[in-house]
Design a protein around this ligand. Structure first.
Ligand code: NDP
Length: 448
């Protein structure tokens, strides 16, 4: 797919010129603009209001120094980021990624995607994202705490329960959120819902840990149902072995599928009998070790070095749950050749544009990240609601709300794709449905 509309082509050229050296951000913008062609033609009022020019430019981006002292007494310096992309429909909301690969391009692509994702949830949340090039791997608890405290010392000036509410992402789980929350509270002397993904003893929501993975499967099950099938009896390949991957594997198994792989950035495991999830949780959540350790408990399983190999495993459904651009065109072709009929994205932008072309050409059911993985932020929205009301809902209440939201997200994508003449293209549906709500709000609020 290439952009044909002259206005959008020119806009993309300006985005490329202004954001040189930011390939991930340009990739994310290109994908959205490509699918907005029919909207631009049908809604000249939004073009006139300059909504598109404004939506591709972050409202604010903050880059800061994060100094901390390691266990040997040496000073370390990392770089911190917070991109507050769009607040048209609510306070900025989006996770904090801690990974050595983090840079402005990655945070901007994630923040941009977050605008449309948050809009799809139906909850009042704007888009933002942040993080640091800090690598939590191999660090002691003390080092993690000192880093998180230093990071929050600066970030605290820019966020707040009614302004910007960060959450977890790669490398930021309950432990990191806890240290950051503690530091915010100490600096501000206030106990507010300034972060989500908090521990259950201090304002966290039940089912937040499970939400992205469960939500991915709820969305995928809806997509399968609409196309006359289901998870039952299917073989599923999952990449990653973090928060999203683990709970996607759990829900897919509950839905009657067999999950045969999981991976990390070193390699992947294949268990023909179906992954033993209790064992993965022990290795990843308790021991914080590498996925290779699975063979210690299950010597009959196989381990292969490298991440890409996971897409050569035969499956009916692929759920990428690790990182951006993990499925390229070549891997997508192998998936198709091996009979894969469904790709639904737990990770953000895990498929390259070439891979998406392969899915569309071969009529795969394709669940795009913005819609399919919105369950995490939706439940973060529910955590904000509970914090504001000083209430806690039960696991079942939150899970039921999450399920309802994922069903409505699928319906919104399906309906928008049909209305704009692209039936079955849920990527276009997600972009259009997510965009329209934000665009209407931006137009209503004037040129800000
Ligand atoms: P975690 O840190 O819990 O797990 C990430 C997993 O992906 C790990 O297994 C990790 O392996 C692997 N991984 C990370 N980077 C790479 C890489 N460059 N190459 C190969 N494998 C990699 O993160 P989450 O599970 O929270 O996040 C996974 C994805 O889901 C991300 O794209 C995130 O943005 C997205 N997401 C997360 C949400 C959430 O609620 N947590 C919400 C919506 C989207 P290793 O340990 O070796 O690094």
């Amino acid at each position: 797919m290439a952009i044909k509309n002259a206005y959008l082509k020119e806009l993309l050229a300006r985005v490329e010129k202004r954001n040189q050296g930011e390939p991930e951000f340009i990739q994310a913008v290109t994908e959205v603009l490509m699918t907005l062609e029919p909207v631009v033609e049908k809604r000249p009022d939004l073009v006139e209001a300059g909504v598109l020019e404004r939506i591709v430019e972050p409202e604010r981006q903050i880059i800061f120094r994060v100094p901390w002292v390691d266990d040997r007494g040496n000073v370390q310096v990392n770089r911190g980021f917070r991109v507050q992309f769009n607040s048209a429909i609510g306070p900025y909301k989006g996770g904090l990624r801690l990974h050595p690969s983090v840079n402005l391009s990655i945070i901007k692509f994630l923040g941009f995607e977050q605008i449309f994702k948050n809009s799809l949830t139906t909850l009042p949340m704007g888009g933002g994202k942040g993080g640091s090039d800090f690598d939590p791997k191999g660090k002691s608890d003390g080092e993690i705490m000192r880093f998180c405290q230093s990071f929050m010392t600066e970030l605290s000036r820019h966020i707040g329960a009614d302004c910007d509410v960060p959450a977890g992402d790669i490398g930021t789980g309950a432990r990191e959120i806890g240290y950051m929350f503690g530091q915010y509270k100490r600096l501000r002397n206030e106990f507010t819902g300034v972060l989500t993904g908090k521990g259950l003893t201090y304002g966290g929501s039940l089912a937040r840990t499970e939400a992205t993975g469960f939500g991915l499967c709820y969305f995928t099950e809806e997509m399968l149902k609409a196309n006359g099938t289901s998870f039952k009896g299917k073989t599923v390949v999952i990449s990653g072995s973090g928060n999203v991957a683990i709970y996607a594997a759990q829900k897919a198994t509950e839905f009657g599928a067999k999950v045969v792989t999981m991976s990390d950035s070193n390699g992947y495991i294949y268990d023909a009998n179906g992954i033993d999830l209790a064992c993965v949780k022990q290795i990843k959540e308790v021991e914080r070790k590498r996925i290779k350790e699975y063979l210690v408990y299950h010597p009959e399983a196989k381990y292969a070095e490298g991440c890409k190999g996971v897409w050569t495993v035969k499956c009916d459904i692929a759920l990428p749950c690790a990182t951006q651009n993990e499925i390229d065109g070549e891997s997508a072709k192998i998936l198709v050749k091996n009979g894969c009929k469904v790709v639904s994205e737990g990770a953000n932008m895990p498929s390259t544009p070439e891979a998406i072309e392969v899915y569309l050409e071969n009529k795969l059911l394709y669940g795009p990240a913005k819609a399919a993985n919105a369950g995490g932020v939706a439940t973060s929205g529910l955590e904000m609601s509970q914090n504001s009301q000083r209430l806690s809902w039960t696991f079942e209440e939150v899970d039921e709300k999450l399920h309802g939201i994922m069903k409505s997200i699928f319906k919104a994508c399906d309906d928008a794709a049909k209305t704009y003449g692209m039936e079955g293209n849920y990527m276009a549906g997600a972009n259009i449905a997510g965009f329209l709500k934000v665009a209407e709000a931006m137009k209503a609020q004037g040129c800000v």
